[in-house]
Design a protein around this ligand. Structure first.
Ligand code: ZN
Length: 286
């Protein structure tokens, strides 16, 4: 769960489809802006050599797709190490559930040809700045990206989607570290809309065991996510409850987790197709 959980959840239930008032989804291109690090110094985000070499004469091998035409997914399993997060049902720690979701989603996306980076693969300490640095480094120079920050909670029901509460701004060459996400808020809202649609669609498919998952969309201030320079959404998994608000499905229920990670993977594919219409529909392969 988040420190500022209550602030975000006041939002209305999300509607399917395009976010009202937002422009049509556009392909993202060009390098990410430099980010003002915490020292106040303007620094260009570090990038592997290949990031710059997307033009003619850059010496790229035939068959290598330029980074600007490629798409990457970053999964950030919240908490870890000394920070256990919320206690979900007496024994299960949030940090364990978020890592489990990250590992399962990574496997699913990798099997479908996506390039995936995770902020952690084990029970380790990782502060918010380190998470944002991993995300920004991984997505630098990519034409399309989706970052999912994974949380879990015992409060509420279904899946809570949160987009940064920062006001949208035009991406500029230099942006402040603590508000770097502001240039991406519009696209983060569109990514949240795609996630919402996929979660709503996930019930009533071929799998008769699939439950209807209530989804809420909120805005919140989340220190790590507010520094991310890519479309980013916090996905918080809550239990399923009956009409008396009693828990009928715990967060760690394997079938429930499967339904959620499959819906998230479907949303990422839809998001990639919509945000990068010229890209190959299945992953990064030519
Ligand atoms: Zn959390």
């Amino acid at each position: 769960m988040f420190g500022l959980f209550a602030a975000g959840l006041a939002a209305a239930s999300a509607k399917s489809g395009q976010v009202p008032g937002q422009p049509a989804r556009k392909a993202v291109s060009g390098p990410a802006p430099a980010v003002l690090e915490r020292t106040g110094q303007a620094t260009q985000a570090a990038a592997p050599q290949s990031a710059a070499g997307t033009g003619i004469g850059s010496g790229q091998a035939v068959g290598v797709i330029p980074r600007a035409a490629r798409f990457i997914v970053v999964l950030d399993a919240a908490h870890g190490g000394d920070d256990g997060g919320a206690k979900l049902n007496g024994t299960t720690a949030e940090k364990t559930v978020t890592l489990d979701l990250s590992v399962r989603l990574r496997s699913l996306l990798t099997a479908r040809g996506f390039q995936v980076v995770t902020t952690r693969e084990a029970n380790v300490n990782l502060d918010n700045d380190a998470r944002a640095q991993i995300v920004n480094h991984a997505t630098y120079g990519f034409g399309g990206a989706a970052c999912l920050v994974l949380h879990a909670t015992r409060a509420g029901s279904g899946v809570h989607l949160f987009v940064s509460a920062l006001s949208p701004s035009n991406p500029t060459r230099f942006v402040a570290w603590k508000t770097a996400q502001s240039g991406y808020v519009t696209r983060s809202l569109q990514l949240a809309s795609a996630l919402n649609s996929a979660l709503e669609r996930s019930a009533g498919g071929q799998d008769s065991n699939a439950a209807t998952i209530p989804v809420t969309l909120g805005r919140t201030s989340l220190p790590g996510m507010d520094s991310m320079t890519c479309p980013a959404v916090a996905v918080e998994i809550a239990p399923l409850r009956d009409s008396n608000r009693r828990i009928v499905t715990e967060v760690a229920d394997p079938h429930y987790e499967t339904q959620i990670v499959e819906a998230l993977a479907a949303a990422v594919l839809e998001w990639k197709t919509d945000s990068m219409p010229d890209a190959h529909p299945l992953g990064d392969r030519p």
